[in-house]
Design a protein around this ligand. Structure first.
Ligand code: CO
Length: 258
């Protein structure tokens, strides 16, 4: 039976981070599933349109990718999202995949990065390698996306796990949800630090990381912190660049296949 693995990402229109993050996760999946044909889909229609208009690159939607696999005679498909939380994008993916269940002998769906308690421990362990060593006079601020979806609670749980593992210098905030920058600023004040290192808690380092986090615009987190007198440094590496994170997605895909 022809088998495939479909890697589903929100997508990014920044080619540099696309290669280093989404393509790197896909590479890890391809390596772990040598018997499966790897395919890519992006859930963001806006990003697919941008890529097409700018560089003529066609990326499948979930629909078109699954439709094509069915028409090409694939019988066993594992769908692995590269999402961080079980939020809107994952709900959307599940709803889009459901009608295709009858078109394959098996259609399995892997879990996002932060799903079970073990995932939080694994991500915290990965962050131990990713983040600079803790310093008394510095804090690391992780910028997640955030959402109004109930899965937003994942950020609070990850914060707890980091704290419990001794990373008291790590503060999580989100661009579009709670906690936001105001809450982060209060934690920084409590810690009485003067140095802040910003890190994207996102798979790709696209618009949010480059502009909302580290941009020169007066509203960016970097600018707001600098205005308050903090010495700010930052990383523009999406989590998808790191092998330890890629491996968690691989484990989720293996669990879906089992
Ligand atoms: Co956004």
């Amino acid at each position: 039976m022809k088998k495939a693995i479909l890697a589903v990402s929100f997508g990014t229109s920044h080619p540099d981070t696309l290669e280093k993050t989404i393509a790197a996760i896909e590479g890890a999946l391809a390596l772990a599933f040598p018997d499966r044909t790897l395919r890519r889909a992006f859930t963001s229609g806006m990003i697919r349109m941008k890529l097409k208009q700018r560089s003529g690159v066609n990326v499948d939607s979930v629909d078109s990718a699954l439709d094509r696999l069915a028409r090409e005679g694939f019988g066993d498909v594992v769908v692995q999202p590269t999402h961080i939380i079980n939020g809107d994008e994952f709900d959307k993916l599940r709803a889009l995949a459901a009608p295709f269940a009858g078109k394959f002998s098996r259609l399995a769906l892997g879990a996002p990065l932060l799903t079970e308690a073990d995932d939080y421990r694994a991500v915290a362990e990965a962050l131990d390698e990713i983040l600079p060593a803790p310093r008394q006079d510095a804090a690391v601020v992780l910028m997640g996306h955030g959402t109004g979806h109930h899965a937003n609670a994942a950020y609070g749980l990850l914060q707890y796990v980091l704290y419990d593992r001794g990373r008291r210098d790590a503060v999580i905030g989100t661009v579009e949800g709670y906690p936001g920058l105001e809450e982060v600023l209060r934690r920084l004040e409590e810690r009485k630090v003067r140095r802040v290192h910003l890190v994207p808690l996102m798979i790709v380092a696209g618009d949010h990381a480059k502009n909302d986090m580290a941009g020169e615009d007066p509203d960016s987190w970097r600018s707001r912190l600098e205005q308050l007198g903090y010495t700010v440094t930052w990383s523009l590496r999406g989590l998808g660049e790191y092998e330890a994170i890629q491996n968690i997605f691989v484990r989720h895909a293996l669990a879906a296949e089992a």
